[in-house]
Write a protein that binds this ligand. Structure first.
Ligand SMILES: [Zn+2]
Ligand SMILES: [Zn+2]
Length: 151
């Protein structure tokens, strides 16, 4: 069985063309992936250009380098963790303190157990805990005494 060298060389050329086309497609899709990825992680145009240049110049190693230097969190994740921190801080700030002795008190206490400072008052109608300056109960709508007379 004899092969025509011309046919073999044609087949090899076609295979090489396929391989090149495949590599180019792979390279382009990596480039697109990196560009999409970096845009989720950084709004810094320098970072975006750097990522693109890395991948264009070094098709395989560029991606590895990009993996190493890219910001670990996406903008979305950063936003989420900032929100969580914020709400944690607010939670801490919400913990009320006794104005008399500075101890932590529960928001529904009406007296500080340590120094007996008046913290809240009870609605004269429904008995729910109200803040001292409120002159109207938000639960039942009943007006309260204008100002709380201490003790
Ligand atoms: Zn106190
Ligand atoms: Zn009430």
């Amino acid at each position: 069985m004899k092969f025509d060298p011309q046919i073999i060389s044609n087949i090899v050329q076609i295979l090489i063309a396929f391989a090149v086309a495949f590599l180019v497609a792979l390279w382009l899709s990596i480039l697109f992936w990196v560009l999409r990825d970096i845009r989720q992680r950084s709004r810094d145009p320098f970072m975006i250009i750097l990522a693109a240049v890395l991948v264009i110049i070094l098709p395989i190693f560029g991606v590895i380098l990009y993996w190493i230097i890219r910001p670990t969190k996406t903008i979305e994740e950063k936003y989420q963790s900032a929100l969580e921190e914020e709400s944690l801080l607010q939670e801490l700030e919400k913990q009320p303190k006794c104005p008399g002795c500075g101890r932590n008190v529960e928001p529904d206490w009406i007296l500080c157990p340590a120094c007996h400072t008046r913290l809240n008052k009870l609605c004269i109608s429904c008995g729910k805990v109200l803040e001292l300056p409120w002159n109207l109960c938000p639960y039942c709508g009943n007006p309260q005494q204008k100002a709380y007379k201490s003790n």
